[in-house]
Ligand binder design. Structure first.
Ligand SMILES: Cc1cc2nc3c(=O)[nH]c(=O)nc-3n(C[C@H](O)[C@H](O)[C@H](O)COP(=O)(O)OP(=O)(O)OC[C@H]3O[C@@H](n4cnc5c(N)ncnc54)[C@H](O)[C@@H]3O)c2cc1C
Ligand SMILES: NC(=O)c1ccc[n+]([C@@H]2O[C@H](COP(=O)([O-])OP(=O)(O)OC[C@H]3O[C@@H](n4cnc5c(N)ncnc54)[C@H](O)[C@@H]3O)[C@@H](O)[C@H]2O)c1
Length: 478
């Protein structure tokens, strides 16, 4: 048994690291437990390496869309160089840099698999089988993230499909890649691998990015098709077989067969809670952790577990499966644990310091497809489902002076969803080349609940694509 820490964090992904940092900055002691690489999924198999896989293709497209630059680009994408850049962004799957950061921040690292064994007690089993018992005076934070969900499709597991990890870390580009899924991972990986030369078939049972505004999926699917991707909306895999020659055959529900060299399964995530000792504290292993506004884990009775010693942040609480939003939760969790430990007031009002209010209706996300998709807040459908009285305002991004300069043949679209009762923006979606960097203005408008009347005074610079803000307001009317 080691000396007790004030707080123990299980999982050193982006969220766990940030929780621990806030705890230390608040003057408490903290230990962090990690069974794989410090930095988590995001650093090695998700956000950073995927964007490295996609960025070179985007840069090449951008150059090809501008006369003068276009003529200077004579070759194709150098796939080996792209993969090498990806390796560098994944730090060659070594976590020395992040471990050094923990050391410099004064956060002791316990390498091994962490499991709860009683209230405020975490057992860490190292690779060599030795165990260390960590106790927490104030709180334990679960930040164990999520893993790829592999559905119960006949033969699928035996066929050893790729999950996002294998796709993101691929050393070779398969000649034919089949993808089950039509969500964010499927769309980004279909973009990357088709640009690398794979012949991609996307089995998008429920559509492409179907939870976004409808024009998003239409434009991304159209662009994927233009890259040669076979986008099969409504197609459902019935069974899968890995053949003796190493290829994979997928039999669809309607009996048709799709053959490929590799199969990527990208249908969502499952929480890393199966082997976490949840049963020792009255919770069910394998389930997502439900939390209250200050991210305390709730028991079956809907109340914080025990005296409220257990917290969960990031993917594992299923509020929002995005790094930036998990890190936002981490700041709230770290600060509220410090406040409670010191007997200070807890600021848990809406938009207070100790709650993650933006998780509800103000989440920004960028999907790095071609075209990019940038959105924040509610779609029109989600706003209506939430009972808001809305007005939808659409504008063609190509009709701004900035976009015509940005690229020849620029195509894009913007949608603003206005909450008519409050005259504020409830949701904003952009689709088009390089729209990612335009998103934060919308996030500020949504989080700040800036009245439309005031937005008229936020004048976009000429000639930028951001002039779409003025056009949307003009379309809405004053
Ligand atoms: C392909 C892909 C691309 C993505 N791209 C983006 C993107 O561009 N932008 C974005 O915002 N989000 C993106 N995401 C989502 C993002 O990766 C996650 O939201 C983020 O990693 C969640 O952080 P986390 O700290 O909660 O969990 P994780 O990053 O999963 O980290 C959890 C850590 O806990 C460790 N762990 C788990 N169980 C235990 C245990 N029992 N004991 C010890 N350690 C344990 C794990 O080893 C891991 O290191 C992407 C996801 C995928 C799959
Ligand atoms: N750029 C980014 O921000 C980014 C990039 C990649 C991943 N992520 C995050 O990672 C998470 C996981 O991404 P994902 O794409 O795996 O999940 P997702 O939830 O985005 O998409 C899953 C898709 O699979 C479909 N699906 C579900 N079950 C199916 C089945 N049995 N057969 C066929 N299709 C099925 C769903 O309809 C959906 O379209 C997401 O929540 C996302 O937020 C973010």
């Amino acid at each position: 048994m080691t000396t007790p820490y004030d707080v123990v964090v299980i999982g050193a992904g982006p969220v766990g690291e940030n929780v621990a940092d806030r705890i230390v900055q608040g003057g408490l002691t903290v230990a962090i437990v990690e069974r794989e690489l410090v930095g988590g999924e995001c650093s090695y198999w998700a956000c950073m390496p995927t964007k490295a896989l996609l960025r070179s293709g985007a840069a090449l497209r951008a150059a090809r869309q501008v006369p003068g630059a276009r003529e200077a680009v004579t070759g194709d994408l150098d796939v080996a160089a792209v993969l090498a850049r990806r390796d560098a962004f994944a730090s060659n799957w070594q976590d020395d840099g992040q471990v050094s950061w923990l050391e410099s921040a004064g956060i002791p690292l316990y390498r091994g698999h962490g499991r709860l064994s009683a209230d405020r007690v975490v057992e860490v089993t190292a690779e060599d089988g030795t165990t260390t018992t960590l106790t927490a005076r104030h709180a334990v934070v679960v930040a164990t993230g999520s893993g790829a969900l592999v559905p119960d499709i006949e033969g699928l597991r035996d066929a050893a499909p790729w999950t996002s990890r294998e796709a993101v870390a691929a050393k070779q580009v398969p000649g034919r890649l089949a993808i089950i899924g039509g969500g964010v991972v499927a769309s980004e990986m279909a973009t990357a691998f088709s640009e690398f030369g794979s012949s991609v078939t996307m089995l998008a049972r429920d559509g492409v990015l179907h939870l976004a505004e409808p024009f998003v999926g239409e434009r991304v699917a159209e662009s994927l098709r233009a890259k040669g991707v076979s986008v099969r909306i409504g197609a459902e895999a019935g069974s899968v077989k890995r053949n003796d020659d190493g290829t994979v055959s997928i039999t669809l529900a309607d009996g048709e067969q799709v053959d490929a060299d590799e199969l990527l399964v990208a249908i969502g995530r499952t929480p890393n809670t199966r082997d976490l000792g949840l049963d020792t504290v009255g919770l069910t292993p394998g389930e997502w952790l439900t939390v209250d506004d200050t991210l305390r884990v709730l028991g079956a009775d809907g109340a914080p577990l025990g005296d409220g010693w257990l917290y969960a942040a990031g993917d594992v609480n299923r509020r929002v499966l995005l790094t930036h939003q998990g890190k936002y939760q981490a700041r709230a969790v770290g600060d509220v644990i410090v406040a409670r430990a010191k007997g200070e007031a807890v600021d848990d009002d809406r938009w207070g310091r100790h709650v993650a209010t933006a998780d509800e209706r103000a989440v920004p996300q960028v999907v790095f497809t071609d075209p990019e998709v940038a959105s924040v807040g509610l779609t029109a459908a989600a706003a209506e489902a939430a009972g808001l009285r809305i007005r939808v305002v659409d504008y063609d991004l190509a009709a701004t002076a900035g976009s015509s300069l940005h690229a020849e043949g620029y195509q894009g679209h913007a949608r603003m969803v206005v909450d008519e009762d409050r005259k504020v923006i409830a949701g904003f979606t952009l689709v088009g080349p390089d729209v990612a960097e335009m998103l934060h203005a919308a996030t500020i408008a949504v989080v700040g609940e800036v009245p439309l009347d005031r937005l008229w005074h936020a004048v976009p610079a000429f000639p930028t694509v951001s002039e779409v803000w003025l056009r949307l307001l003009e379309t809405y009317g004053r």
